[in-house]
Design a protein around this ligand. Structure first.
Ligand code: AMP
Length: 149
């Protein structure tokens, strides 16, 4: 088995993924691994100006990307104090597909994600990202549940 030299943490900015991230950071520190933090902007289903013709698709896409970059910066500032061996990636697409593709691109030795994400409804409609990543990833996957209080 490959040592944990490259860890990918998938975050959707939910409490659950933050909890998973904390563990990914602990592991990256202990294994002196490089940490890649990935956020996937969910592929818009139909945002091509049909419902909101006064906003162009390009404008909407640009605003979504800018907002995602800011969220990632804020997240890194608050979480990564002192840890410098990291990269971030913001990609657009279907979360489980993009998480797996990013893991392959960086040759990840471990993927860390939460068991639940941001929206309950998405999950009901589109299924579990965690489940799909576990099923298809070529490397080990660690799923982290929020502690029960
Ligand atoms: P889910 O199965 O969709 O409820 O989400 C489970 C976990 O997958 C989350 O806690 C995140 O770690 C990861 N995840 C879900 N959606 C995304 C996304 N858009 N970008 C990055 N990671 C995600």
């Amino acid at each position: 088995m490959k040592p944990f030299s490259k860890i990918l943490a998938a975050i959707d900015f939910s409490e659950n993924s933050e909890c998973a991230f904390d563990l990914a950071l602990t592991l990256a520190t202990q294994f002196s691994a490089e940490l890649t933090i990935v956020h996937v902007i969910n592929e818009p289903v139909d945002l091509r100006g049909f419902y909101v013709p006064h906003i162009s698709f390009e404008q909407l896409e640009k605003e979504i990307e800018e907002s995602a970059v800011k969220m990632m910066e804020t997240f890194c500032q608050s979480k990564l104090k002192g840890f410098a061996n990291y990269k971030t990636a913001i990609v657009t697409g279907i979360p489980y597909d993009e998480i797996i593709a990013a893991a392959e691109r960086i040759d990840a030795s471990l993927i860390v994600l939460g068991t639940h994400g941001r929206t309950g409804l998405d999950r009901i409609l589109f299924g579990s990202t965690a489940e799909r990543v576990v099923r298809s990833a070529a490397c080990p996957v660690l799923t982290v549940r929020l502690p029960v209080t």
